[in-house]
Design a protein around this ligand. Structure first.
Ligand SMILES: C[S@@+](CC[C@H](N)C(=O)[O-])C[C@H]1O[C@@H](n2cnc3c(N)ncnc32)[C@H](O)[C@@H]1O
Length: 314
């Protein structure tokens, strides 16, 4: 893990356009900050998707065309705190569906907390967690031939560029069988006024979340980033439909990372790209699923049409 982290940081900071992979946001501090972000008034994404999971649970279950007499696996990629999924788990269990819940997350800490909270809140649900990068774990899914429902919620797919998202869905489809389902939660394209505040909250939590990546590099890789010399820089244009987060160097400076044994120069105003959040519409969704074998079975949206959960079938 540390080797991979150090290789990714070195590769990212050696690029002409410096970048750091967003998956490294999620250490213990990052997990806790993301839970805070989800509760922010500006972060409409979680509230909108939670509304879908709360108010349209029955429609969701029927759109998934599940059979009460047939065991299935409910696999969640990047489960996080599972707060929305719990609504679905509860209803499935109440209605007597037979399934195991298999959450996958890169964060060990997030999985431990999720397992603990499920034991307390929904002891009837059988949970088998798997820690790792979901890109790597996809391969393991092939081993079982049970019917599968895969959840990929919270605009997680938005962290990928369109080509990456297409490739990911193609790879995912190859690990599944005909009739298996994917529930894909995406944020919908809308104006700058509506989207940008979600990535630039007035309490500065998103700023803290972004800067925590540098703190993590300092702690785990022996870096000497002075985080007071970097700032959070979000960007979104409706025409492009992609919210981007950067860390901006506030002055000319040099940072050394001992584990890598290298120093990196930053110019005043230079940006490190840390995250994208792709926004979707039906057309873009069709574009990324093209050739994968997935087709749209249903689409559930919240009352304000901010967010969509697409139900895709193979
Ligand atoms: C934006 S949060 C969403 C959490 C949850 N799905 C939701 O909708 O609220 C992203 C979650 O995915 C996990 N994650 C991010 N990149 C990952 C990767 N490459 N492999 C596995 N998990 C990942 C993070 O640890 C985090 O828990």
């Amino acid at each position: 893990m540390i080797e991979q982290f150090s290789n990714d940081v070195d590769a990212g900071l050696s690029h002409a356009q410096k970048q750091l992979p967003s998956k490294y946001f999620y250490d213990k501090t990052g997990d806790a900050l993301f839970v805070k972000i989800m509760a922010l008034p500006e972060y409409y994404l979680t509230r909108a998707e939670m509304e879908i999971f709360t108010m349209q649970t029955s429609a969701m279950i029927s759109a998934l065309s599940l059979n009460k007499n047939k065991y299935f696996e409910l696999i969640e990629l990047g489960a996080g705190d599972g707060s929305k999924t719990k609504k679905l788990l509860k209803r499935l269990s109440e209605q007597g569906y037979q399934y195991d819940y298999l959450p996958i997350d890169i964060s060990e800490n997030a999985l431990e907390q999720l397992e603990q909270s499920l034991t307390n809140e929904l002891p009837e649900v059988s949970v088998k967690t798997q820690q790792g990068d979901y890109f790597d774990i996809l391969e393991n899914l092939k081993v079982s031939h049970h019917p599968k429902v895969v959840l990929f919620l919270g605009s997680n797919i938005g962290n990928m560029l369109d080509d990456e998202a297409s490739l990911f869905l193609n790879n995912l489809a190859e690990t599944l069988n005909v009739g298996d389902k994917l529930l894909l939660g995406v944020d919908l394209i809308k104006s700058e006024e509506e989207i940008l505040p979600a990535y630039n909250d007035s309490n500065g939590i998103t700023r803290e979340f972004n800067l925590n990546l540098l703190t993590r590099i300092n702690r785990e890789l022996g870096g000497d980033f002075d985080i007071t010399k970097f700032d959070h820089y979000p960007h979104y244009k409706q025409q492009e439909g992609i919210a981007k987060s950067y860390l901006k160097s506030l002055l000319d400076q040099q940072v050394t990372i001992n584990y890598i044994g290298k120093s990196y120069k930053f110019k005043a105003g230079e940006l490190i790209h840390t995250e994208i959040s792709r926004k979707y519409d039906d057309h873009l969704l069709q574009h990324i699923i093209k050739g994968s074998g997935f087709s749209v079975q249903n689409k559930l949206v919240d009352q304000q049409t901010l967010f969509a959960d697409y139900i895709l079938s193979l």
